[in-house]
Design a binder for this molecule. Structure first.
Ligand code: KG4
Ligand code: ZN
Length: 349
């Protein structure tokens, strides 16, 4: 089965082709991505209308590029997948519109994929893929969640952020430090030349005894430190504050993930979402999990942030597991039943 996937939920236009044999691991055949980061940088964040217009400009050329790269014709596509939410309404409409129209023209099914399920299943594009069951740490720009995953479509929420997500903590702290957009990678870069012990920042909910997170207080603490330093916010204190912020976020994510492994008795941890690209987080998770005799699985580094491959892959896995109810083109309100609060809403904008 050849799946063409479209991701247009925010500021990246991603298109990919995934080949999913009836048995065996699905394979990424070709993918293309256009990031709008430089376009939004001047505004310090994503401007929704500009994002939608750019998706419109990019989506078809990227689709042609992917098909050419794979040496396949559009008629070879068996299933068209797209991100149905959560995300920016206008941006989502571009991917959904193109995917559903294409599916109708080809007389193939169209399948709307939950963006977070795309992230969650993206480590199945790595080698070796994880085996079920596992604990998943989902750390995207807007969500921080720990889940128990028993199979495709069987997700139990163990804990989540009660306010800001870890990605938001990175982005908002980066903004306070005068770094550009997107903030996470910029803060991580600056942190490399800083001392993570220079500032004693809070580790919110570290000892709360549950698997929930809270990062809003950390951002406030960073703001307080920036205010105290005032005009003395020179290069080294900035780097030290960046390193201390990153260390606080990493400490909490690692402690809660290890706690989830211990509580569930599982020995595999899957990490997905943009913050999963953070190398300090990866090193600390690897070391912590190894102490428990557990193993950590990540998507390939380039597939941590938004991309079309994860959408095509999630659609392929859902279809293969018979969960898809892959609909004929036009009916794109496919609702996976997840006991995950906002994850179960059809299109969450
Ligand atoms: O999953 P994603 O690409 O988009 C959403 O679905 O939200 O995640 C984006 C988030 C942003 O908050 C970004 O700053 C963060 O991932 N991020 C990072 C790194 N790369 C991306 N945070 C820390 N370190 C990184 N290397
Ligand atoms: Zn994402």
């Amino acid at each position: 089965m050849l799946v063409l996937g479209f991701e247009t939920s925010c500021d990246e236009t991603g298109v990919a082709l995934v080949e999913a044999p009836l048995v065996g691991a699905p394979r990424l055949v070709a993918d293309a991505l256009h990031s709008q980061a430089t376009m939004h940088e001047a505004y310090g964040g994503v401007v929704p209308e500009l994002a939608s217009r750019d998706h419109i400009r990019r989506v078809l050329p990227l689709a042609r590029q992917v098909l050419a790269q794979a040496g396949r014709r559009v008629q070879d596509v068996d299933l068209v997948a797209y991100t149905r939410g959560p995300g920016l309404a206008g941006a989502l409409m571009v991917g959904a519109g193109v995917a559903v129209a294409l599916a109708a023209a080809l007389d193939r099914p169209a399948l709307g994929v939950h963006h977070l399920e795309g992230h969650l299943l993206s480590p199945f594009l790595a080698c070796p893929p994880p085996a079920f069951p596992f604990v998943a740490l989902l750390v995207s720009g807007g969500h921080t969640q720990l889940m128990r995953v028993d199979a495709v479509g069987r997700y139990d929420l163990l804990g989540e952020s009660i306010d800001d997500a870890a990605g938001e903590a990175f982005d908002k702290s980066a903004k306070l430090l005068g770094l550009g957009y997107p903030g996470g990678p910029a803060l991580a870069r600056l942190a490399e030349s800083g001392d993570p012990r220079a500032f004693a920042l809070p580790r919110p909910l570290l000892h709360s005894g549950d698997l929930d997170f809270s990062f809003a207080g950390l951002k406030t603490a960073v703001r307080t430190q920036v205010g105290k330093l005032g005009t003395h916010l020179g290069e080294q204190p900035r780097a030290d504050l960046a390193a201390s912020t990153q260390a606080a976020i990493v400490d909490v994510l690692v402690a809660k993930s290890l706690r989830a492994l211990k509580e569930t008795g599982l020995v595999r941890l899957v990490v997905a979402g943009g913050v999963g690209a953070n190398l300090r987080l990866r090193a600390a998770l690897d070391a912590g999990a190894a102490r428990l005799g557990a193993r950590v699985h990540y998507p390939p580094l380039a597939l941590c942030t938004d991309n079309g491959a994860m959408i095509a892959l999630a659609a392929a896995l859902r279809a293969r597991h018979g969960l898809a109810d892959a609909t004929r083109a036009g009916a794109f309100d496919v609702r996976p039943r997840w006991p995950l609060g906002d994850l179960s809403r059809p299109v969450d904008t």
